[in-house]
Design a protein around this ligand. Structure first.
Ligand code: HGY
Ligand code: MN
Ligand code: MN
Length: 443
């Protein structure tokens, strides 16, 4: 029913309540018809199928970047892209891009997507939800005959979990030294990129400059418990934490565990144990949401009857404020020196990688809020304690992130779970935000 008829109905008085209710219903249906929707059943089916690649017997997935499971999963995803009438291509950095032309060739592309690599013994939703949803949105737009003004590019980033390697190559933040970092699959980053079909010698061709994109949108699971606990449908990310990681080497002196008196030892593992405690005490000594973690530790030579002569571990610090990360690091390094003095050991720190903190674009946040409101979904503006490829994209264009609830806040673990209805909601919000971004397009 159009506006004029509706006004006549009101002016002529209500013929009868049922007629009026019917008219309201038709208006409501008309407005619902205006909000295109994804095929939620197909989206959740694709998520289930994707979980086969690198599946763990205890549940969840180990799909390490540059592993066979990663490459096989990428093949599956590229097949879905072709089913969605997209043409997947692999850029020199090993990222998968699938483009759809827009009506206005002068416009810059809108990018949207996520990653499908996982942590060891991770969950089936981290990255996968945003990746499958992006393909589903592109497929649904095509099926509903919706052609956007801007070109669209669905992207599946490579090696997000190792440190945003694929997206940082595109944003120009990846350094040549980092290509020699060894990934969890055992391959160097350079070999891993080649394994996925990229070309580490031509990384510059994957680079995009600030202004090369009209915007970037990413749907992701919250990986925390706020939305689930407070029964909120959609998280609108205000900013993504900065992350700095170091490899820490503690050097002592390997010796006989039986004949070396306690006061003559240079025990690298004792020093490392005090270091872990010092990290925790330093990070919790000031107010705020900063976090610090020693996530991995190896003692050498690793025999019960040998005093460890060396320990290699990791240090990771996160906060929305880069300056706070740096001051925490300075305090921890000073404490490490004192621990070394007390134990006759030395500490060295080798930077592994850095993700700079990234605020989302307030204009994109309001588009996401409008899309959620139109769908009758509740929203919460919130920070992201997890790192995401979106923070690399924020370096080159307006960025927005959409969260859906993680049940119990569990993530990076086999019990990671998001409900199918929430995932479908998130994909519909992604679609709505994308169409709004296309409408207002700033570039
Ligand atoms: O580690 C992170 O925060 C992200 O899940 N890669
Ligand atoms: Mn992720
Ligand atoms: Mn993750």
């Amino acid at each position: 029913m159009n506006r004029r008829d509706f006004a006549a109905l009101l002016a002529g008085g209500l013929a009868s309540a049922p007629a009026f209710a019917e008219s309201l219903g038709s208006i409501a249906r008309a407005s619902v018809r205006m909000a295109p929707r994804v095929d939620g059943a197909r989206l959740n089916r694709h998520l289930t199928e994707l979980s086969r690649f690198g599946a763990n017997p205890q549940g969840g997935v180990t799909r390490l970047a540059y592993s066979d499971a990663d490459r096989q999963a990428r093949e599956y995803v590229m097949g879905l892209m072709r089913d969605a009438a997209l043409t997947p291509e692999i850029d020199a950095a090993g990222n998968i891009f699938a483009a759809r032309p827009g009506r206005d060739r002068s416009r810059k592309p809108i990018l949207f997507g996520s990653h499908i690599d996982s942590v060891p013994e991770g969950g089936n939703y981290d990255g996968n939800v945003g990746s499958m949803a992006a393909i589903e949105v592109a497929q649904s737009l095509g099926e509903q005959g919706i052609v956007t003004r801007h070109p669209l590019q669905v992207v599946i980033w490579q090696n997000e979990e190792g440190g945003l390697y694929g997206s940082r190559a595109v944003s120009g933040q990846l350094t040549a030294e980092e290509l020699q970092n060894v990934s969890r699959s055992g391959k160097t980053i350079a070999d891993g990129i080649a394994f996925l079909g990229g070309d580490p010698q031509r990384l510059a061709s994957a680079r995009r400059a600030k202004g090369d994109i009209a915007g970037y949108l990413e749907l992701h699971i919250e990986q925390g418990g706020t939305l689930d606990r407070d029964h909120v449908d959609i998280g609108i990310v205000e900013g993504i934490v900065g992350i700095k990681q170091w490899e820490v080497t503690v050097t002592g002196f390997a010796n006989h565990a039986g004949t070396t008196p306690m006061d003559e030892r240079h025990d690298a593992l004792l020093a490392a144990a005090r270091f872990v405690d010092a990290v925790n005490k330093t990070v919790t000594s000031i107010p705020g949401r900063q976090v610090g973690t020693v996530g991995r530790m190896q003692a050498f030579p690793g025999a019960p009857n040998v005093i460890p002569g060396e320990v290699v571990c990791t240090l990771e610090l996160r906060d929305l404020d880069a300056a706070k990360i740096d001051s925490l690091y300075a305090s921890i390094a000073a404490k490490a020196t004192r621990i070394g003095g007390d134990t006759g050991t030395t500490f060295s720190f080798r930077p592994l990688h850095e993700n700079v903190p990234a605020p989302s674009d307030p204009r994109v946040r309001s588009l996401i809020a409008d899309a959620a409101r139109e769908l009758g979904l509740s929203t919460r503006v919130m920070p992201s304690g997890a790192g995401h490829d979106a923070q690399a994209m924020a370096m080159i264009g307006p960025m927005g992130m959409i969260f859906v609830p993680s049940v119990g806040g569990i993530s990076h673990a086999p019990k990671e779970l998001s409900r199918p209805a929430d995932i479908t909601n998130g994909a519909n919000v992604l679609m709505g935000a994308l169409l709004r971004l296309d409408e207002v397009g700033w570039a």
